[in-house]
Ligand binder design. Structure first.
Ligand code: SAM
Length: 251
């Protein structure tokens, strides 16, 4: 994995436990639209530090399997599940989202947060649908384009955010439908995050910001990457939005 994974790791180590916009409040909203509940089996794609998986298992009494490509994230997530006494119901595996080691029709809900934008979407969603039970729900929370972006911006985020590709919510809906997903709903919550940079800084707090500045001092390559990463939010805020898409696999 590249510099973005290192940046994620720095942000995580400085206290940013959740790397998706809207935090657990939006996770919860999306999960409720997916009819989460006791006894349901959930797959969390790109589970990061495991905060979403542990939150859902604790709040709804469901079983959650998180998968992530990063060994470090799997370690962090497994430690969190252990700390919260959730080992029996929450587990994590180091797995590529494009090639899931699960049987067909084995999950009630597949969720992803800030991860499918990094994937080969057709390949990944084919896998998500394969492991989802008929009638099961799929929810994806991502940074979206509020309005069609200029090609210059699309190319820039693809380069700076290492393979990142998102769409407008209308395009996401069309993509879900093209994959055979039915009852597709989209929710745009862009207006709740007018400034992503500020939201991240607030989440980090003063201590976290100082810690991050110190870590970046030791890694000039990462500081440069981080500056470029943040500059996109500043320069192109009129195009950057946040939302989620929920739909169902046909019965
Ligand atoms: C921006 S983070 C989001 C983490 C978490 N979902 C959250 O909201 O805090 C993206 C995560 O996707 C993981 N990831 C990237 N490519 C992946 C792949 N091909 N398969 C599985 N996980 C992947 C990264 O390791 C990282 O933990």
């Amino acid at each position: 994995m590249g510099k973005m994974a290192d940046i994620d790791e720095v942000m995580y180590s400085c206290g940013l436990d959740i790397l998706h916009p809207g935090g657990l409040e939006k996770t919860d909203e999306m999960a409720r639209l997916c009819k989460i509940g006791k006894g349901k089996k959930i797959l969390d794609i790109g589970s990061g530090k495991g905060v979403t998986a542990c939150f859902l298992a604790q709040k709804y009494g469901c079983e959650v399997v998180g998968i992530d490509l990063s060994e470090k994230m799997i370690k962090h997530a497994s430690e969190l599940a252990k700390k919260r006494g959730l080992e029996g119901r929450v587990s994590f595996r180091m797995v590529d989202a494009h090639d899931l080691p699960f049987k067909d029709k084995s999950f009630d809900i597949v969720l992803a947060e800030c991860t499918t934008v990094l994937l080969d979407k057709e390949k990944a969603f084919s896998e998500f649908l394969r492991v989802l039970k008929p009638g099961g729900y799929i929810g994806d929370l991502e940074m979206i384009w509020k309005t069609s972006p200029p090609k210059k911006l699309v190319d820039k985020v693809y380069r700076v955010w290492e393979g990142f590709r998102t769409m407008t919510l209308e395009e996401w809906k069309k993509f879900f439908e093209k994959m055979g997903i039915i009852n597709v709903k989209t929710v745009d919550f862009s207006e709740t995050i007018p400034d992503m940079e500020k939201a991240m800084m607030k989440e980090l707090g003063l201590k976290g910001m100082i810690k991050m500045a110190c870590q970046l001092l030791l890694r000039p390559d990462l500081r440069k990457a981080m500056d470029e990463y943040r500059k996109i939010f500043r320069e192109y805020s009129e195009y950057i939005g946040y939302g989620y898409i929920v739909g169902r696999k046909r019965k």
